[in-house]
Design a protein around this ligand. Structure first.
Ligand code: FE2
Length: 294
């Protein structure tokens, strides 16, 4: 049977959400914090539990490879991930399995389409915290193998327009490989929306009296983006993407969301909004697209 994408998720990766959840894998512990987003992820997990799938494919802004897209290419990665900016919040012991066959297939299809692609086959490679946080929050029991794809940062190196073109080509390669694999796949775009953030942390990081969006302008851009995506105006959202990315300093610059929406054939149906909230001033939405039931 032909493989297919059964869900796409906008799955932001602030390490604060893992910290506030207090899973056994993370060393620091918290009292509470960022509940609207954590409860949003909880509802997403419930919906994903009702879907049968084989593999999670994720593109993360924090695995940055300036020459092409790279793919996790070892069966298992196990180590300690420490957030470089928030080592006080995130020291996470991960142990994850990789769907190497699907990773190789997407890598080869991308290369055939003219993209620069490469398998990461160093068993001691440290998996980035964006991949770990988004996967943990989506599937905390880690019972599904993942395909991890890096961001080649073409928005920073060239322009948002170049990023959009490359995301489209990578999406076509991803879809072709998934179809040929016969697998049922969930895609994760691991990114925040607006991304300007505070530069000072509260004495108690989970002190929610200190948490709010960085600026009203940023908030308005997030509301615009969510409104378009929620109502199936995907094409318009991607048309406005360059402006959104530069005005809201958005983490969409990494191409993860563009890639995912292209993979899902530019949905015209409504996305499910599970939650929106700020983390150190950045704007984060947890959203899901379900092609089989929409
Ligand atoms: Fe990030």
């Amino acid at each position: 049977m032909e493989g297919r994408i059964v869900a796409g998720v906008l799955a932001p990766h602030p390490p604060h959400l893992v910290y506030a959840d207090n899973p056994p894998q993370n060393e620091p512990t918290a009292e509470c914090g960022w509940e609207t987003l954590r409860w949003g992820y909880e509802r997403l997990r419930k919906d994903l539990d009702a879907i049968d799938f084989d593999t999670i494919v994720i593109l993360s802004p924090h695995w940055q490879t300036y020459v092409g897209h790279h793919f996790l290419g070892v069966e298992q990665f196990k180590s300690l991930s420490v957030d470089p900016v928030f080592p006080n919040l995130f020291r996470y012991h991960y142990d994850l399995k990789v769907d190497v066959a699907l990773a190789q297939a997407i890598c080869a299809a991308g290369s055939k389409a003219g993209l620069v692609t490469k398998m990461m086959e160093n068993p001691d490679f440290r998996v980035d915290y964006g991949t770990i946080v988004s996967c943990h929050l989506t599937r905390p029991n880690w019972d599904k193998p993942i395909v991890g794809i890096s961001s080649c940062r073409s928005a920073a190196y060239y322009s948002v327009e170049v990023m959009a073109e490359q995301a489209k080509a990578l999406a076509a390669a991803t879809c072709a490989a998934i179809k040929a694999s016969g697998k049922r796949v969930v895609l994760l775009a691991s990114n925040s929306l607006s991304h300007r953030h505070f530069t000072h942390e509260a004495e108690v990081p989970e002190d929610m009296s200190r948490e709010h969006i960085m600026s009203h302008a940023q908030y308005l851009w997030d509301m615009r983006a969510i409104d378009l995506l929620r109502n199936g105006h995907t094409e318009q959202f991607l048309d406005e993407m360059p402006e959104f990315t530069s005005q809201a300093i958005s983490e969409t610059d990494a191409g993860a969301l563009s890639w995912m929406l292209q993979c899902m054939d530019m949905p015209k149906y409504k996305a499910e909004l599970y939650g929106y909230g700020s983390v150190i001033g950045t704007g984060n939405a947890v959203m899901g697209w379900f092609p089989e039931t929409s």
